[in-house]
Design a binder for this molecule. Structure first.
Ligand SMILES: *Cc1c(COP(=O)(O)O)cnc(C)c1O
Length: 546
């Protein structure tokens, strides 16, 4: 009896093992097959090759002699970064501990002025030779924002019963923005910026997909031109990302490749209006059709499009000119769009630290919330990542929107977009060495080189020598400018400096500027990205050098 029982359980055990083996084999091969399907065979082989090459080189770099060289180079680069960021000298006061006695308001202002001047760069942004970064609404606007700040300096919307006006202003900011994107019955919340808006949307779609579609291993599909915030959010939330190539000419995401990457674990697609690298727009209607067909989310990133793209139509600029710069539908009127992020702190001219994440309906927004009824500190419920939040920023944003009004935003859209298109048109007409990436409908213009004798990153470095702070791009190598109110009056200066820079880059390339060094390194070898990663980490360390 006993031995028969023993034999039976051994057999059951063996059968169980076999089933388990085939189960694991099956699920793993489904994963591999989906991965290959999404990336394509050629890309998968290339990725695998890069992965191997990188590991081999990293191993080689562990040899003592190589390690010494890498460390020396790295230390040199770190010192370079420090020199650029941290003021030096015996007369630089360092405040490393609290003062024994509190300082006077006069001392505080004077000390700030001194710090501003230590690097000799105080207020350089005001000369307008800057891509994006400062979305200045003018001196009067600054006064309006500061007054709103002052009034709500200590307010905290985590306690709406104590600060009812702040609660009302936040609700109104969301309502106004929803109307701008043609979804008055939709829902949304404010966040601290575009990155938080995007991370919240990824989380919302993840929790929605888990509840409604029982997806436990979520994946998102993003264009290769999508903002890094999607990768960041996916990394935080343990979500797999498929980055899909964009068409080299139009710079719009390849819809066929998006379709191939969709599988039963897909929770959301992403499209930009407009993307950060080159200011072009994805085909939102095409993405919307896919999202509807496969019953998944579609996030439209209007962080940078902000308060510009909703006004292009009203400004009569949506149709473009000469077949260029056309804007296609992108907001909640497009079926399939489930979420849109819009940064009030970019072209809304609100103070930094404010953005709006919008959803098609209030039901979807609920998946964004965090609610803990059992906390020993009381019932805890909060709409987004932060707990306590600055009510002053909400008041500042509300004030900025009231001050600008629809006519103000319409005018800013008209002048900024006209500036961007003038830059693009002039480059096409009079700088034959360069070409424009795609056909950007809004405020960003990116240019690459079509002349083998001109390295566009070298052009960027020559522009830096002339005082311009532009952005370098990696795939393909290019440089962009995001036009703002500060650049509107600088088109002629920009073009003149650009022509000089191209000429100089062609005749006297040095190959030593920051853009060439950093991006050249990143693209030149398999190990480049790892090195650049180490440098970027060193850069972050330097930020906290007191
Ligand atoms: C700026 C930007 C973001 C993220 O914005 P932050 O406010 O810097 O967090 C997202 N997407 C695009 C296209 C952007 O330009």
């Amino acid at each position: 009896m006993d031995s028969r029982h023993g034999a039976l359980s051994t057999r059951t055990y063996e059968a169980f093992k076999t089933v388990l083996f085939f189960y694991v084999l099956l699920t793993q091969s489904v994963k591999v097959q989906r991965h290959l399907r999404a990336r394509g065979i050629a890309t998968s082989i290339r990725e695998f090759y890069t992965w191997i090459a990188r590991h081999v080189i990293m191993l080689a770099l562990r040899l003592p002699s190589a390690q010494h060289k890498v460390r020396t180079e790295m230390d040199k680069a770190k010192l370079d970064i420090e020199d650029k960021l941290v003021p030096k000298g015996a007369d630089v006061a360092r405040h490393l501990a609290l003062p024994e006695k509190g300082q006077t308001p006069e001392w505080i202002t004077a000390e700030m002025d001194k710090m501003d001047n230590e690097m000799g760069l105080a207020n350089t942004w005001k000369n307008g030779k800057l891509s994006g970064a400062v979305y200045h609404g003018g001196d009067d606007m600054e006064k309006v924002i500061v007054a709103a700040y002052a009034k709500y300096c200590v307010s905290n919307p985590l306690h709406p019963d104590v600060f009812p006006a702040v609660r009302k202003m936040e609700a109104e900011i969301v309502a106004m923005t929803l109307r701008l994107f043609n979804n008055p019955d939709g829902a949304g919340t404010m966040t601290s910026g575009g990155t938080e808006s995007i991370i919240m949307s990824v989380k919302t779609h993840r929790d929605w997909a888990r509840a409604v579609k029982r997806i436990t291993e979520p994946e998102i599909i993003i264009p290769s031109s999508a903002h890094a915030a999607f990768d960041k959010g996916a990394a935080y939330l343990k979500i797999k990302v498929h980055s899909v190539p964009v068409d080299p000419l139009t710079r719009k995401v390849d819809l066929q490749a998006v379709k191939r990457a969709i599988n039963p674990n897909t929770i959301m697609l992403v499209g930009s209006t407009v993307n950060f690298p080159d200011g072009n727009q994805d085909d939102i209607e095409g993405l919307g059709k896919l999202a509807t067909k496969y019953k998944i989310g579609l996030h439209v990133d209007c962080c940078l499009g902000s308060f510009i793209v909703p006004y292009l139509e009203k400004a009569g600029l949506a149709d473009g000119s000469n077949g260029k710069y056309k804007l296609s539908p992108f907001d909640f009127r497009v079926p399939g769009v489930t979420a849109i992020s819009c940064d009030t702190h970019k072209y809304g001219f609100a103070p930094k630290g404010s953005s709006v994440i919008m959803y098609r309906d209030a039901e979807l927004r609920r998946f964004q919330y965090y609610v803990n009824p059992d906390w020993s500190g009381g019932v805890y419920a909060s709409p987004s990542l932060s707990g306590s939040r600055p009510g002053a920023l909400i008041a500042g944003t509300w004030a900025a929107m009231q001050y600008m009004g629809s006519d103000g935003y319409l005018e800013s859209c008209r002048s900024i977009v006209t500036c961007a298109r003038a830059i693009a048109d002039t480059i096409v007409a009079s700088v034959p060495e360069l070409y424009i990436l795609g056909s950007p409908p809004a405020s960003v213009v990116a240019f690459g080189s079509q002349d083998p004798k001109v390295n566009v990153l070298e052009v960027g470095d020559k522009m830096a020598k002339r005082g311009w702070h532009l952005n370098a791009l990696a795939g393909p190598a290019a440089v962009h400018i995001a036009c703002t109110r500060l650049t509107v009056d600088r088109v002629d200066a920009f073009i003149a400096d650009l022509k000089d820079s191209v000429r100089e880059a062609k005749l006297q390339p040095e190959g030593k500027g920051t853009m060439v060094a950093l991006y050249g390194l990143g693209n030149s070898s398999a190990v480049g990205p790892a090195m650049v990663g180490q440098l970027a980490t060193a850069f972050l360390d330097t930020l906290y050098k007191a």
